[in-house]
Design a protein around this ligand. Structure first.
Ligand code: NDP
Length: 604
């Protein structure tokens, strides 16, 4: 245990010392440029975005009409497409920049990629497609295959446009449809459009001086270059790295998963760390088919989803079906709060209990580093000094162990980051590390404008641009409908449940909602559906009535959870979910859908 975090040699945690340490570590990392420290992969870096997995095939531009077009072929597009097909909409055209369905799982094929939330709740439509996840935390190839399974099961391939990026979306009031223009010369129309471009799909690079000068090989983790490394996404050894010197820049959730594989394969591996991740126990295991047959009774996935969300949001169900790292976090907080005497059931004391549970958990995670990592200096540097939800919690049973291998070196940069990149390698704390290859595990754009990340700025009724409508921040009804943009639907978590621990659940609910609305419109001969200004305003007011906590508070060490530690201004207050939490939202939307009144929407 670290000196200064405990007092009297007892089990009591010196909370003030910890708070001080957390503040010091945060302050070291705060920087004035926030999100601007990162660079986009354009110009000389554009080739980093090339698809290494599927060749682009020529095709004729589309100039036809479809009932529903969906932008994004990841889980959002797949689950919405599935529900639309179930509702009898035959022509659903999914458009994706990748060469197949999968979204995140199409691109992220780095070695060791796997889900961090239990597969039984993370992988959508398991019951509908009859798939049993082979592991509690399925690996990427299985999840990608599941995406393809959904695509086939719901016959979504026929109309899909892959390797296609939407450049423009324009509402045509005369025909009550959307005109969709793409980078492949398409100009077709759709009665309805859905958008599920994903929160983390635009890779970014750190703006390190000299980054363009490196003479060796490099790539971003979301475009893994197996031609260079050897091996494959299912874990075959990366034999071409034998004897090579490789640098990994970044130690977030991606690095935590790929470092163990690189450590086994490289001659020398240098892991450049600015901020350590908290790495808790993974405890993955194969699924026992007998056990699965026992739980997979009709309606099982809905029950599991509901149970997971209830456990996450303090509804206190009697059992925890999922029992993963996320429900563990919630369970601990809850049991601390429940242990309070009745007179202490006030927000201040409850927040204190929350903090206590967090201190306890993080102390365990730090102790785990000491128990696993042999070199004391490396162990010291791998400890995370912040509250667990300040950064994406990680779970792994081989990451910390990697640093015991003789060829694997942690290069801790004391919170400053890599200093420079040269023709030969990477410079940190004044020392140059010569390498053959740099792997950028530097993440994806998050805090930037939606329209910038989407790659188009849609034009709705009366020439209204989405960027203009959202100039003061995001405004929607339920995170799905936007006033001024008829027949258009968003599929994403913000302003809905905002359940970050299981993103697919947000998407499946939105998909269901959209299918019900579209079916209602088509059955009744309506050509347009749009949320009213009043309903949108009321929903935004409801969102603002909550505590308005962004994920990760300003007290946290900087990262994409807290806008790199910079005040996002009043717009940031709108990046929230239902004030009563995810379960309350899911219940609300279920009632809203099944009432059939679609309050807040106007049909014409
Ligand atoms: P992250 O944005 O989480 O991590 C980027 C890393 O790059 C950070 O460690 C960051 O340090 C580091 N970095 C940035 N600039 C520098 C620099 N100049 N020098 C050194 N290091 C630098 O990206 P990831 O791809 O790891 O993860 C993104 C998200 O994707 C996750 O948070 C998670 O939501 C999701 N994901 C989910 C997985 C799953 O469910 N299984 C697996 C992988 C990813 P710092 O922390 O100091 O900013």
């Amino acid at each position: 245990m670290d000196a200064g975090t405990r007092i009297d040699g007892t089990d009591r945690i010196d909370k003030e010392a910890l708070r001080r340490k957390y503040r010091q570590e945060r302050d070291k990392r705060l920087r004035p440029d926030g999100n601007d420290q990162y660079i986009r992969l354009t110009g000389r870096f554009a080739h980093y975005l090339d698809d290494p997995y599927t060749p682009v095939t020529p095709r004729e531009p589309k100039t036809d009409h479809v009932t529903f077009a969906f932008i994004g072929g990841g889980f959002a597009g797949l689950v919405t497409g599935a529900r639309l097909k179930e509702a009898g909409v035959d022509d659903v055209r999914i458009i994706d920049k990748g060469g197949d369905f999968g979204g995140t799982w199409y691109w992220n094929r780095y070695p060791g990629a796997q889900c961090d939330t239990a597969s039984f709740v993370y992988m959508p439509l398991l019951e509908e497609t009859g798939h049993m996840p082979t592991e509690k935390y399925a690996h990427a190839p299985e999840i990608l295959e599941h995406c393809r399974r959904i695509g086939k099961h719901y016959d979504l391939y026929g109309d899909a446009l892959f390797h296609t990026e939407v450049r423009d979306l324009e509402w045509d009031p005369a025909r009550s449809c959307w005109i969709i223009r793409t980078n492949r010369g398409d100009e077709f129309t759709a009665s309805f459009v859905g958008m599920g471009v994903g929160p983390l799909h635009v890779p970014k690079l750190p703006g390190i001086p000299g980054i363009e000068s490196f003479g060796g090989h490099c790539f971003h983790t979301s475009r893994w270059d197996y031609d260079y490394t050897g091996g494959d996404p299912s874990g075959a050894p990366m034999d071409r790295l034998a004897g090579r010197r490789v640098a990994v820049i970044g130690t977030g959730a991606t690095a935590v998963q790929c470092v163990p594989h690189l450590a086994r394969a490289c001659g020398e591996l240098y892991v450049f760390q600015r901020t350590p991740s908290s790495v808790d126990v993974r405890d993955n295991r194969p699924t026992d088919p007998e056990w699965f047959a026992g739980i997979a009774t009709p309606g099982w996935q809905e029950r599991w989803l509901e149970n997971f969300t209830a456990n996450q949001t303090g509804a206190m169900p009697e059992e925890d079906l999922v029992m993963d790292g996320w429900t563990d976090i919630a369970r601990r907080v809850r049991s601390r709060i429940m242990a309070l005497p009745p007179e202490d059931f006030v927000p201040e004391k409850m927040l204190e209990a929350f903090e206590d549970a967090d201190f306890e958990k993080m102390e365990e995670i730090r102790a785990r580093v000491d128990a696993i990592v042999e070199d004391p200096e490396t162990a010291r540097n791998l400890k995370a000094w912040y509250r667990q939800l300040c950064k994406r919690p990680c779970f792994h049973d081989e990451y910390l162990q990697s640093f015991n291998l003789p060829g694997t070196h942690l290069v801790d940069t004391g919170g400053k980051g890599v200093e420079r990149i040269t023709e030969r390698g990477v410079v940190a704390a004044g020392r140059e590390y010569e390498v053959d290859c740099i792997v950028y595990a530097s993440g994806f754009e998050v805090g930037t404008e939606f329209t910038r990340r989407a790659g188009y700025d849609m034009t709705g009724r009366d020439g209204l641009r989405l960027s203009a409508h959202w100039a003061e921040g995001m405004r929607t009804l339920h995170g799905v409908h936007v006033h001024g943009f008829p027949n258009a639907f968003l599929v994403q978590p913000t302003q809905g449940a905002n359940l970050i621990s299981n993103i697919p659940h947000n998407l499946t609910e939105a998909g269901r909602t959209i299918a019900v609305i579209v079916e209602h419109a088509l059955r009744n001969g309506f050509h347009e559906v749009e949320t009213t200004e009043q309903a949108e305003n009321a929903w935004v007011d409801l969102l603002l009535s909550g505590r308005g906590m962004m994920l990760g508070s300003p007290d946290c060490t900087p990262g994409y959870y807290n806008n790199e530690g910079r005040d996002p201004g009043p717009r940031g207050r709108l990046n929230v979910g239902h004030p009563q939490g995810a379960l309350a939202f899911f219940r609300h939307i279920d009632r809203w859908r099944s009432s059939g009144a679609f309050e807040g929407l106007g049909f014409r």
